[in-house]
Design a protein around this ligand. Structure first.
Ligand code: KIV
Length: 281
């Protein structure tokens, strides 16, 4: 029996359609309700995620890899992120929409970061922005939070710094790195971040950070002890298949389904069985 057939799909009462807010996420942490987050880059996907009850939709800079076909996330531009965030906002009613600030849109100085965070909110209707980094970006986080824009932090494996580290291996595996991670997480919380994403760090370290922080910790490859989970939607759907990290559970094999549909279509067109008289005017 496969994973899919074992899953309990019984509806547990009517879905909660109240708008998710940063305060709502904090309440979820307090009552021990895990936060379910996924990424989206366009209207159709965002609408499907929202109607399925996803709490947080991240317009991730992973768009660079899964939509633009790039090797890393570093090349995606502010204008491209604004565009994708606009598409997503058009499809969402309930979920909290978070927009990634792309590489070099917030690192030069806090003024530039504030301007770009403001553009995300005003031009693309996101409700929060996400930045990568710890203590070094806390002044920037404070500036953005102080004008009323919620900030989500991102620690552990920070893909925008891939050229510095040179590898996508698990982070915070030594006691020194784990201590630095704890310190950065605390610094982000103190700077006003409303939640922190922890990517690819040992489960024990992530669990301890989630237990000690007041703000929700959302894990990706950080084990079950976090306050919520996030995955890249194209990974969990089996749509982006260039690689398959161990932390990605594939809930579907969409790439296979699509390829089969496309082959079927080619065969129907070549065999002149499409369109039929019923599909014609
Ligand atoms: O860009 C992204 O999709 C992300 C998630 C992996 C957390 O930052």
């Amino acid at each position: 029996m496969g994973l899919m057939s074992k899953r309990d799909t019984t509806p547990k009462g009517p879905p909660d359609r109240r708008k998710v807010t940063t305060k709502g996420l904090l309440d979820m942490k307090l009552r021990g309700e895990p936060i379910a987050a996924l990424t989206a880059y366009d209207y159709t996907m965002a609408q499907l995620l929202d109607s399925a009850g996803i709490d947080v939709i991240l317009v991730g800079d992973s768009v660079a890899m899964v939509l633009q076909g790039r090797e890393t996330t570093v090349a995606v531009t502010m204008e491209q992120m604004l565009y994708h965030a606009q598409l997503v906002s058009a499809g969402v009613q309930r979920a909290l929409i978070v927009g990634d600030l792309p590489f070099m849109s917030y690192q030069v100085n806090p003024d530039e970061a504030l301007r770009n965070a403001g553009r995300m909110v005003k031009e693309s209707a996101v409700e929060a922005v996400k930045l990568e980094g710890g203590e070094v970006i806390c002044e920037t986080v404070r500036r953005i939070v102080n004008v009323g824009i919620p900030v989500m932090g991102h620690l552990g494996l920070t893909p925008q710094s891939i050229h510095r580290f040179g590898t996508y291996q698990v982070r915070a595996t030594t006691p020194e790195e784990a201590e630095e991670l704890r310190h950065d997480a605390r610094a982000l919380q103190d700077a006003g971040a409303f939640a922190i994403v922890l990517e690819k760090v040992p489960a024990a370290v992530a669990t301890e950070i989630a237990r000690t922080l007041e703000v929700p910790v959302i894990g990706i490859g950080a084990g079950a002890g976090c306050d919520g989970q996030i995955l890249v939607t194209h990974d969990m759907l089996g749509l982006y298949t260039r690689f398959h990290p161990r932390f990605v559970r594939r809930y579907a094999q969409i790439a296979e389904e699509m390829t089969s549909a496309f082959r079927h279509y080619v065969s129907d067109v070549k065999g002149k069985s499409f369109p039929s008289p019923k599909e014609s005017y």
